[in-house]
Design a protein around this ligand. Structure first.
Ligand SMILES: *[C@@H]1O[C@H](CO)[C@@H](O)[C@H](O)[C@H]1NC(C)=O
Ligand SMILES: *[C@@H]1O[C@H](CO)[C@@H](O)[C@H](O)[C@H]1NC(C)=O
Ligand SMILES: *[C@@H]1O[C@H](CO)[C@@H](O)[C@H](O)[C@H]1NC(C)=O
Ligand SMILES: *[C@@H]1O[C@H](CO)[C@@H](O)[C@H](O)[C@H]1NC(C)=O
Ligand SMILES: *[C@@H]1O[C@H](CO)[C@@H](O)[C@H](O)[C@H]1NC(C)=O
Ligand SMILES: *[C@@H]1O[C@H](CO)[C@@H](O)[C@H](O)[C@H]1NC(C)=O
Ligand SMILES: *[C@@H]1O[C@H](CO)[C@@H](O)[C@H](O)[C@H]1NC(C)=O
Ligand SMILES: *[C@@H]1O[C@H](CO)[C@@H](O)[C@H](O)[C@H]1NC(C)=O
Ligand SMILES: *[C@@H]1O[C@H](CO)[C@@H](O)[C@H](O)[C@H]1NC(C)=O
Ligand SMILES: *[C@@H]1O[C@H](CO)[C@@H](O)[C@H](O)[C@H]1NC(C)=O
Ligand SMILES: *[C@@H]1O[C@H](CO)[C@@H](O)[C@H](O)[C@H]1NC(C)=O
Length: 706
C-alpha cells in the first residue's frame, strides 16, 4: 500500500512536472497556487498571514507558517517582519507564479528588485514600487537566522554547506548584488514579483456584457457532446444520445460552409452497447490528451441490466452508504440499479491515430461501472483536466426525489459528486479488489481524501445534484465551472474547487432547501462548509411554472471572433429562451454578475434558421450542451442542430471592438460538405432528444406538483 502510494505520488509528480514543461503557459499571470489548485476564500479567516479574500492557504497551513516563523526566533523586528511576509507569500493567490513552479519550485518568492516596474503600467501603483529585495538585505544582513530560508543550497547552489546553524545573510552571500541576482526579479506582462505585500494585479478594464450573441447554423444533427480533436486541427467529434460518434470538419468562420460531417459514416457506432431511453444513452465522450499518438478515447453511457447481460456491477445503494436496495421504491416501479453509469475505453488503433478516421467499437477496458438507485440524475459527462491529465467524471445524486438518502452529502457515496480518476496507471486486479474500486483506474494521490480521510478517494467535489456540463476555462485552467441542475427553484453555476461542497440537498443554489418534510432526518451542514454558486437563475425567471427549467453549463468565451464576448462565461436554459453571460469583475475576484443576453441567427447562416413562432428568437428547440473547438469558437448543441457564435455585426449587434472591415474571409471557403442523411436514423435522432426533454419535463412536473 505505502509503496504503491509512494510510487504513485512520484509518478504523479513527474507527470505534473512534465505537463508543466510541456503545457503552453498562458501569457498573463493567473491566480494559481503552488500545488496548482485554484485559490479560494479560506473557510476560517487566517490569523497569522495577512491575506483576506482568496488565498492559497487554509487555517491549518496558516498555523504551520506561524510555527515555522516562531521557530526562526528572529530578534530584529524589521527583519522578522520581512521574513514573515516572505513565508506568507505561499498564501498569495499568485503563489504558483511567485514561486515559479513551472521552472522548478523555489523556497522563497521572486523578490521585486527594481525601482521601475518592468514596463507593465497596469500592474503597479505608480512608481512607488520599492526595491524589496534590497530592503530585505538591508534589514536582515546582520541578523542570525537558523535554518535560513535564504541559504544558497536551497536555491540550487552549493556555495555554503548545509547546516542548521544560524546564518547571517552576509555569511551566506558575498554581496547584496549576488543575493538579488539569485532571488530578485521584476513584474512583467506574464509574471509577478513579491514586494512584501499581497500581489495586486490591477486591471482597470472592466468586462462588459456583449450586446448580443450572433449565431449561424452549421449542422442539422442533434448531439449531446462535442470534443475538439486533440491534434489541434479544425476537426471535432460529435456524439449523439443513441451512441454514434462522428468526426467532423469545422468550417472557417465567414466561409459560408456547413459542418463537414457524413451522417452515414460515423467514426464509431456504440449503439449496441448503449441503453437508450428518454434520459439514458450516451452522455459523455472524451479523448485522451495524447490521442493523436495513443488512440485512446472514452465513452460514458448507460447500460441496462435486463437488456444486456454484460451490464453488471455494484449498486450505488449499498451497506457502505447505509442504503438497502430492497427498501428502494422508484416512482415508476423500476427496480433499483437496473441501470448503470458506465465509462469504457475504446481505441482508434493504427500507427498514427491523428489520421484515424475510424474508432474500434470493441471495448478495450471498463473504466467505471456503477448502478444508479433511481432512474435519474446521473450526469455522465467526462473530461480530461487540461493541467493534470486526469479524467473527471460528473455524477448526479441518482435521481431520488429531494435526494432522500442524502447521497450528495455522504462522503462515502459517489452519487452527487465529481470524481477524478487516473486512467494512465492501471491497477492490478488485486489492487482493484483491495481498494474496492469501481473499475480500472487508479486514485490520484492528491485527491481530497488525502486531507479528509472520510472522503471516498475518487471524490474531487461533492454536494451536486446533477452536474450538466462542466468546462475548464481554456485560459485559466484553475477555473473549472459546472452547471448544476436544480430541483424546485434554482439552477446554479459552480466554480468547482478541490474538495468543495456545493450544498445539495441542504441548499438548492443559495436557497436553504425547504423540503425537509420529505427528508425528516436532514442534518444541516455548517453553511460555512459549503460553497455558494457564482451565478444561476431562479426557475421563476424563465418560466412561471415551478420546476420547469434546467441549466446547460457552457464555456468561458475565448475566441477572437466576437471580441465583445471575450471573457464572458455563457450558459443557457434547456428550453432555449435564455442565454446568460456571467462576468467576473474585478478579474479573478470570484465576483460574478449575470446578464441575460439577446441572441439571434445571422441572415446569411449557411443552413437557414427558423424562428420561434411570434417571437424574434431562433428556434433552437432545446439547448442540450455547449461546445468549444480548437480555435476556441463557441458552439451550441441543440435539438434543432449545431449553431456557432459568429461576428456580432452579422446580426447587427454593435461591438466597437469588432473590426468589420478586417474580418472578411481571407481565403476561399472550402467546399461545403453536404451531409447525406439516412431517413430512419434522422427520425430517431429527432425523436430521442424529444423523449429526453419530455422526460425531464414530466419528472420535474411530478416533483413540482406532488
Ligand atoms: C530566542 O532568541 C533569544 C535571544 O535572541 C533567546 O534568549 C531565546 O531563548 C530564543 N528562544 C528560542 C525558543 O530559541
Ligand atoms: C550591519 O553590519 C555592518 C558591518 O558590521 C554595518 O556597517 C551595518 O550598518 C549593519 N547594518 C545594520 C542594519 O545594522
Ligand atoms: C534583479 O533580479 C534579476 C533576476 O535575478 C537580476 O538579473 C538583476 O540583476 C537584479 N537587479 C538588481 C538591481 O539587483
Ligand atoms: C485495430 O487493430 C486490429 C488488429 O490489428 C484490426 O483488426 C482492427 O481492424 C483495427 N481497428 C481499427 C478501427 O483500425
Ligand atoms: C477491468 O477491465 C477489464 C477489461 O475490460 C474487465 O474485464 C474488468 O471487469 C474491469 N474491472 C472492473 C473492476 O471493472
Ligand atoms: C430517521 O431516523 C430515525 C431514528 O434514528 C429512524 O428510525 C428512521 O428510519 C430515519 N428515517 C429515514 C428516512 O432515514
Ligand atoms: C461561520 O464562521 C463564522 C466566522 O468564523 C462564525 O462566526 C459562524 O458562527 C460560523 N457559522 C456556523 C453556522 O458555524
Ligand atoms: C431569485 O429569487 C430570489 C427571491 O425571489 C432573489 O432574492 C434572488 O436575487 C433571485 N436570484 C436570481 C439569480 O435572480
Ligand atoms: C462585484 O461586481 C459588481 C458589478 O461589477 C460590483 O458593483 C461590485 O463592487 C463587485 N464586488 C466586489 C466585492 O468586488
Ligand atoms: C442588419 O441590417 C441590415 C441593414 O440595415 C439589414 O439589411 C439586415 O437584414 C439586418 N440583419 C439582421 C440579422 O437583422
Ligand atoms: C416541497 O416539495 C413539495 C412536493 O414535492 C412541493 O409541493 C413544494 O412546493 C416543495 N416546497 C418547496 C419550498 O420547494
Amino acid at each position: 500500500m505505502d509503496c504503491l502510494n509512494n510510487k504513485l505520488s512520484i509518478i504523479c509528480l513527474l507527470l505534473l512536472l512534465l505537463l508543466l514543461l510541456v503545457l503552453p503557459y498562458p501569457s498573463a499571470t493567473l491566480p494559481l497556487c503552488t500545488d496548482l489548485r485554484a485559490p479560494v476564500k479560506p473557510k476560517k479567516p487566517l490569523t497569522f498571514c495577512p491575506y483576506d479574500g482568496k488565498a492559497c492557504c487554509d487555517s491549518s497551513q496558516d498555523s504551520q507558517l506561524r510555527q515555522r516563523f516562531d521557530a526562526l526566533n528572529i530578534s530584529d523586528s524589521a527583519c522578522a517582519s520581512a521574513v514573515k511576509s516572505i513565508l506568507c507569500a505561499t498564501c498569495d493567490q499568485f503563489s504558483a507564479d511567485l514561486f515559479k513552479v513551472q521552472s522548478g519550485p523555489r523556497t522563497i518568492p521572486v523578490l521585486c528588485n527594481s525601482t521601475t516596474d518592468g514596463g507593465a503600467p497596469s500592474k503597479s501603483q505608480g512608481q512607488a514600487v520599492d526595491n524589496f529585495c534590497s530592503n530585505v538585505w538591508d534589514v536582515c544582513q546582520n541578523v542570525s537566522i537558523p535554518d535560513s530560508p535564504f541559504a544558497p543550497s536551497l536555491h540550487r547552489k552549493t556555495a555554503v554547506p548545509e547546516s542548521s546553524n544560524p546564518y547571517k545573510l552576509t555569511d551566506l552571500w558575498p554581496s547584496k548584488t549576488e543575493f538579488c541576482n539569485a532571488f530578485g526579479g521584476v513584474s512583467g506582462e506574464d509574471s509577478v514579483c513579491f514586494d512584501g505585500k499581497q500581489v495586486s494585479v490591477l486591471d482597470n478594464e472592466e468586462l462588459m456584457p456583449p450586446k448580443g450573441m450572433c449565431l449561424e447554423k452549421i449542422g442539422k444533427g442533434s448531439y449531446l457532446n462535442m470534443a475538439p480533436h486533440p491534434d489541434g486541427s479544425n476537426r471535432a467529434f460529435f456524439s449523439d444520445q443513441p451512441g454514434k460518434v462522428w468526426l467532423a470538419t469545422i468550417p472557417e468562420q465567414d466561409s459560408g460552409a456547413a459542418l463537414g460531417l457524413d451522417e452515414s459514416s460515423p467514426f464509431v457506432d456504440l449503439t449496441d452497447e448503449v441503453y437508450l431511453d428518454s434520459i439514458f444513452g450516451m452522455m459523455g465522450l472524451a479523448f485522451h490528451p495524447d490521442f493523436a499518438r495513443n488512440g485512446r478515447f472514452f465513452a460514458s453511457y448507460n447500460c441496462d441490466k435486463i437488456k444486456s447481460p454484460g451490464c453488471t456491477g455494484r449498486c450505488a445503494c449499498n451497506s457502505d452508504v447505509d442504503c438497502d436496495p430492497s427498501q428502494i421504491v422508484s416512482p415508476d416501479g423500476t427496480p433499483p440499479c437496473k441501470d448503470y453509469v458506465v465509462v469504457s475505453e475504446f481505441s482508434a488503433n493504427g500507427s498514427s491515430s491523428s489520421t484515424a478516421e475510424k474508432g474500434n467499437p470493441s471495448e478495450v477496458r471498463r473504466i467505471f461501472t456503477m448502478g444508479i438507485p433511481f432512474g435519474g440524475d446521473h450526469g455522465g459527462q467526462i473530461l480530461f483536466g487540461p493541467e493534470d491529465g486526469y479524467l473527471y467524471l460528473m455524477m448526479g445524486d441518482g435521481g431520488g426525489k429531494s435526494d432522500q438518502y442524502n447521497f450528495a452529502q455522504n462522503k462515502k457515496s459517489l452519487l452527487g459528486k465529481i470524481m477524478r480518476l487516473d486512467v494512465n496507471n492501471m491497477p492490478s486486479e488485486k489492487t482493484i479488489a483491495d481498494l474496492n474500486l469501481w473499475g480500472n483506474y487508479s486514485i490520484p494521490s492528491d485527491n481530497p481524501f488525502s486531507e479528509d480521510k472520510q472522503l471516498q478517494p475518487e471524490i474531487w467535489a461533492m454536494g451536486l445534484r446533477n452536474p450538466w456540463r462542466c468546462s475548464f476555462d481554456s485560459e485559466r485552467p484553475s477555473y473549472f465551472v459546472c452547471g448544476d441542475i436544480g430541483q424546485d427553484q434554482y439552477e446554479e453555476v459552480d466554480l468547482i474547487t478541490k474538495g468543495g461542497n456545493y450544498g445539495w440537498r441542504m441548499l438548492e443554489g443559495p436557497i436553504l432547501f425547504q423540503n425537509q418534510t420529505t427528508t425528516p432526518n436532514i442534518t444541516l451542514v455548517n453553511s460555512n462548509d459549503t460553497i455558494l454558486p457564482v451565478a444561476g437563475y431562479n426557475h421563476s425567471d424563465v418560466n412561471k411554472k415551478e420546476g420547469s427549467a434546467a441549466i446547460s453549463g457552457g464555456y468561458f468565451y475565448r475566441s477572437t471572433t466576437d471580441p465583445c464576448s471575450y471573457g464572458s462565461y455563457f450558459y443557457g436554459d434547456l428550453y432555449a429562451k435564455n442565454i446568460w453571460a456571467a462576468l467576473e469583475n474585478p478579474k479573478n475576484s470570484g465576483n460574478f454578475t449575470t446578464t441575460s443576453i439577446p441572441f439571434s441567427c445571422a441572415a446569411d447562416s449557411p443552413l437557414p434558421c427558423s424562428s420561434v413562432p411570434n417571437s424574434p428568437l431562433p428556434a433552437l428547440s432545446y439547448i442540450f450542451s455547449f461546445g468549444e473547438d480548437n480555435r476556441k469558437d463557441l458552439f451550441i448543441l441543440t435539438m434543432s442542430g449545431v449553431y456557432r457564435v459568429v461576428r456580432p455585426s452579422r446580426c447587427n449587434y454593435t461591438c466597437s471592438k469588432e473590426n468589420v472591415a478586417a474580418s472578411t474571409p481571407h481565403q476561399p471557403p472550402p467546399p461545403a460538405a453536404s451531409s447525406s442523411n439516412t431517413g430512419s436514423y434522422q427520425l430517431l435522432n429527432l425523436l430521442l432528444p424529444l423523449c429526453f426533454v419530455v422526460f425531464v419535463l414530466c419528472r420535474l412536473d411530478t416533483v413540482g406538483s406532488a
